[in-house]
Structure formats: C-alpha cells, structure tokens
Design a protein around this ligand. Structure first.
Ligand SMILES: [Zn+2]
Length: 235
C-alpha cells in the first residue's frame, strides 16, 4: 500500500520516498505525490530523481490490482531504481494544475446542470461531463454564464474524511464513477455553499483559481443524455 500524499494536499509537487519494488509494471514507492489514473482523470507524469541526480521519467501512474498500491510507469527502456533506493518523486506540476482547475470546474458544472452524471473526463485545461438531463434543455450561453459566476465567487474547496457507512447516498452525483470506498473511509469534497460530494480527485483550493471557463459544446448523446464540454483560459 502506498501512502497517497495528494489526498490530503493536492499542492505537493514533490516528496522524498523510498522504492519498495521495481518491475515492468512500474515503480512502487512507500509514499507518493503522483495521482493514479481514475475518476476520469489521467495519471500524473513526472520523474523520480535518484540520489546521484539521474532522473527516471514517469509517463503514467496507475493503481495496482489491489487499488491501494500505486504504480509509477517508467518511460520505455529506463533503468529502474532498485528496491531500497531513496528518490525525490516530482510530478509535472504544470500539467497537474491544469487538471486540478478543470476537475474543480466540473464540480461547478454539476451545480449549474443539476442532473445525474453518467460519465466524464478531465483533460489538460479542458473537460467534459455527460448528464442524464431528461427532457431538460441546456443552453450553452446560460451554462457558461452561470459557471463563470460560480467561479468568480472564489469559494473555498475543502475535503474531509467520513466513515463509509456515514455517506449519504444522496450526495453521489456520478452514476458511472463509484465514489472511492472500500478502505473504510470516504473523502467528501465541499465547495463552500455550492457543492458537496464524495470524490478522490485533485482540486484547487479556491474556485477563483479556475479562471475563465468557456462551454465549447453541448452535444446530444442519445435521447436523454447531454455531453457538455468546457475549456479553461490560461491561468
Ligand atoms: Zn472532485
């Protein structure tokens, strides 16, 4: 099991860590700041810097089958650090921040369009959510206007841990992505006064950090499904 430092501080760009195991599947550390692919968000990229200063490029991060061990996938042909080695694990911060801004914007999008979420994806400064919106119509300009109003409120984004059994099922907005449960506790993410839902992802600290968002498309995906795409401006 890897200590997932990003769960309590998504702003950590690097950490010292010890290699527990290295193999073709990836490098396992005792602790990490690398977010593993999941919940519609890609795995972090970055590098493991060895004590002699050489760096192993990490091209993706995924969970192992146990969903508790995090695998840092090295670039092809990389010489892997041996078990016991001390490394500095450093993520591509620019990439992560873009994803954190986009991910937090999607929380606000789910406030603007209060329908069950059937799918979603977080990109680099863009993202999308699929809604089961029924017969309701979504107007692009209206959604964009409301989304930017919420961003501009500059509300605090915080999280807290609760026991699995204390999770109110009514808080679960995503039908396709199960909240991160199974460890006995679940992480609730709150945008002050606007949104409260279980989420294991990475978020910015205040909605103002998202910056200006545009709605780049609203597509029909079947009779009652709508896909809403957003893009963010430069930070
Ligand atoms: Zn989230």
């Amino acid at each position: 099991m890897t200590e997932a430092l990003f769960r309590d501080d998504s702003y950590l760009a690097e950490t010292e860590a010890v290699v527990l195991a290295s193999g073709p599947g990836g490098v396992i550390l005792d602790r990490t700041v690398f977010y593993p692919q999941g919940g519609g968000q890609g795995g972090d990229r970055g590098a493991l810097v060895m004590e002699d200063g050489t760096a192993v490029a990490i091209v993706n991060t995924v969970y192992d089958a146990d969903r508790a061990t995090i695998l840092h996938a090295p670039a092809a042909g990389a010489v892997l650090p041996p078990a016991g080695a001390r490394v500095l694990a450093r993520i591509d911060w620019e990439l992560r921040l873009k994803r954190m801004r986009a991910h937090t914007a999607l929380h606000l999008l789910s406030v603007v369009a209060p329908y069950p979420v059937t799918g979603g994806s977080v990109g680099e400064g863009e993202g999308r959510l699929d809604f089961d919106s029924g017969e309701a119509s979504l107007d692009k300009a209206e959604v964009e206007g409301r989304l930017n109003e919420l961003i501009a409120l500059d509300r605090a984004v915080t999280h807290r841990w609760i026991a699995d059994e204390d999770l109110d099922p009514g808080l679960v907005k995503t039908m396709s992505v199960k909240p991160p449960m199974g460890t006995g506790r679940v992480r609730l993410v709150e945008i002050e006064g606007l949104d409260l839902q279980p989420c294991g992802g990475t978020h910015v600290r205040r909605t103002g950090e998202i910056g200006r968002a545009s709605v780049t498309g609203i597509e029909k995906k079947g009779r009652i499904n709508r896909r809403v795409r957003i893009a963010l401006g430069a930070a």
